[in-house]
Design a protein. Structure first.
Length: 607
């Protein structure tokens, strides 16, 4: 873990310790909390001007660039289980990120171990004197830290041989100043309405005695960002997001733990599907999970695998989205140290074939909605380094045509394309916004299944359809230690290759036989398998794709809505050959007697 990541993790734990996010606050009921936009802007600009003109330590260089970013985040969260509320809170936080650079754009203190922005909590009141004092203190800390990092970076550069990638690249790309001021946006949620929704959806599980545990987490957030930089950039924008995660767990008779979830996302509570439609989707998930308890355990082997629905976006995040960053990895004092492993797997493959020829992809943060007018979480206008977001073609018929760039240049790409993004507690680096994947010659689902059977015919292999993968970005995920250790052991058992991918919902495709070539059983639910050796190069093994794209919204690298909102839009994807491993080992026995069923208990009425 880098020192930047360690410090960010420490701050995150401290800032989110209370109520899982910030400090509980009732703004309307507290007369001491006043809103005055002019005060915040004046504090930013006054301290920015003073720091750039007066900040200096002896003969050391002055800052050549300074930016303050204040993020005001208001989050409402409510949760419930089996129709009973478990938690609800309204929290607010104000976080300052200070980005200060010393040296010059060709060589400065950035992108080196220990570098990165400084983070601090600010008073949530718009008090000019209090804000100025915090800005002053944090700038002083950032400046001293920047000088120390620059000295270490110079010493490392003097003692290490440079390679071709280091020549004439520089550390910072100069971009035109940006200006954006969006009108105010208010949330349309309150804790009570979120609590009622969570209770209503969780009550569905009362009719499923086979479900051992369930959780509904409804979260609504309003994020306001104000950024002022010494190059003249000023940004005042807002983002409103709503997410409802419904998860459940069951246990088979042999002790195997099973899990599933269904997420709902929107820009506002009003944008969520009707409550009756959400209940229907939750009921379908619960029925499938209950059925899974008696499903057969999959067999080890290899064969064609179709990722459809959410699973298509999830697998593309792992294989493509997480590997498109062009930001060079942080350099270290020790040449060739582990920090260099932060290099994206595709970063050095521009112009090369990295995926099947049928695939193309762009990252377009300006696109606000996807199929069915569903909101895309990765929409924004200006990135976290003050650069306007641009549409970036990344894949063209399987060839890597572009990378996502921050202001840290690389040999092939000298300027940012507006994709520097960070959570509220991590320094910005290149990251996906809205990754939209398309496929030439998309097939209807029946044709995809026929293609799978053709690939499996005569090979003694079984084709599988994966509809959902385990997802650390979903609230209410399993923390079961046995499950985590079992999953970890699979990684050790596969020659220390890439971490295994764990499907939650998988169907085995039956062979076609019988009269008139009809299916002899269609698709059969199975359990207990992991997918192994899936790497970015596995994108070349995609042989067909579907016609109907699905939206996968996620918040990367943060608790609640404090991470990086992102989206991937993708059709179903058929991989020709995937390694499949059956889960083995001992499981804890199920409880000795059934849990008290809810069928005879009255379901709490909707309020």
């Amino acid at each position: 873990m880098t020192s930047d990541a360690r410090s960010a993790a420490s701050l995150m734990v401290a800032a989110w310790l209370c109520a899982g996010f910030g400090v509980p606050v009732d703004v309307e009921a507290d007369p001491r909390v006043e809103t005055n936009d002019a005060v915040v802007r004046k504090a930013l600009e006054d301290e920015l001007s003073r720091s750039m003109s007066e900040l200096r330590l002896g003969d050391e260089p002055r800052p050549y660039y300074l930016a303050y970013t204040i993020s005001d985040v208001e989050q409402l969260t409510a949760s419930a289980t089996f129709g009973a509320p478990t938690d609800s809170h309204h929290a607010a936080a104000r976080v300052l990120r200070t980005d200060l650079r010393v040296g010059d754009p060709t060589f400065d203190n950035s992108n080196f171990e220990g570098s990165g922005g400084r983070f601090a909590s600010l008073p949530i009141e718009d008090d000019y004197a209090a804000l100025r004092r915090e800005l002053w203190m944090r700038t002083d800390e950032a400046y001293k830290g920047a000088l120390e990092v620059l000295a270490r970076k110079r010493a490392a550069a003097a003692s290490q041989a440079s390679d071709d990638d280091d020549q004439n690249v520089g550390d910072y790309s100069t971009e035109p100043p940006a200006h954006l001021e969006l009108p105010p946006v208010t949330g349309d949620a309150d804790v009570d309405s979120l609590q009622r929704l969570a209770v209503r959806l969780s009550a569905v599980f009362r009719g499923f005695p086979a479900i051992a545990a369930s959780r509904v987490v409804a979260t609504a957030g309003l994020i306001r960002r104000r950024m002022a930089a010494s190059d003249g950039t000023f940004v005042d924008d807002r983002q409103r997001l709503v997410r409802v995660d419904v998860s459940a767990e069951a246990q088979a008779d042999d002790g195997m733990k099973l899990r599933s979830f269904v997420p709902f996302s929107a820009a506002s509570v009003a944008g969520l599907p009707p409550a009756a439609d959400m209940e229907k989707a939750v009921r379908a998930m619960a029925t499938e999970l209950a059925t899974m308890r008696a499903a057969p355990v999959a067999q080890s082997g290899s064969g064609p695998v179709l990722f459809e629905g959410l699973a298509a976006g999830q697998i593309l995040k792992l294989l493509l989205g997480d590997n498109l960053a062009g930001t060079p990895p942080p350099r270290t004092a020790a040449a060739g140290s582990e920090e260099r492993s932060e290099q994206s797997a595709l970063a050095n493959k521009l112009g090369q074939k990295v995926a099947a020829p049928l695939l193309s992809a762009v990252d377009d943060p300006a696109q606000e909605t996807g199929p069915g007018k569903q909101v895309l979480f990765g929409s924004y206008r200006i990135d976290d380094e003050g650069v306007p977001a641009r549409r970036v073609p990344v894949l063209e018929s399987g060839l890597l045509r572009g990378l996502l760039m921050s202001r840290t240049p690389r040999k092939e790409i000298a300027h940012s394309n507006g994709h520097a993004r960070g959570s509220r507690f991590t320094s910005p680096r290149a990251h996906v916004g809205n990754l939209i994947v398309t496929a030439k010659g998309g097939l209807p689902r029946a044709a995809l299944l026929a293609e799978m059977r053709k690939l499996a015919k005569g090979g003694g292999v079984t084709p599988y359809v994966v509809r959902l993968l385990e997802d650390p970005n979903v609230a209410g995920g399993s923390n079961d230690s046995d499950d985590m250790m079992a999953l970890f052991s699979f990684g050790l058992g596969s020659n220390h290759g890439p971490p295994p991918v764990r499907p939650l919902v998988v169907y085995r495709l039956s062979p076609r036989n019988g009269k008139n070539g009809k299916d002899d059983g269609g698709e059969t639910l199975v359990r207990g398998l992991t997918l192994e050796n899936l790497l970015p190069r596995s994108l070349k093994d995609i042989v067909a794709a579907g016609r109907e794209p699905a939206v996968y919204n996620f918040v990367d690298g943060g608790t609640g809505l404090g991470g990086i909102p992102s989206a991937i839009v993708a059709p179903a994807l058929l991989f020709a050959d995937v390694d499949i491993r059956r889960q083995t080992g001992k499981y804890q026995k199920p409880p000795l007697y059934p849990h008290p069923a809810f069928v005879s208990s009255p379901v709490p009425p909707s309020r």
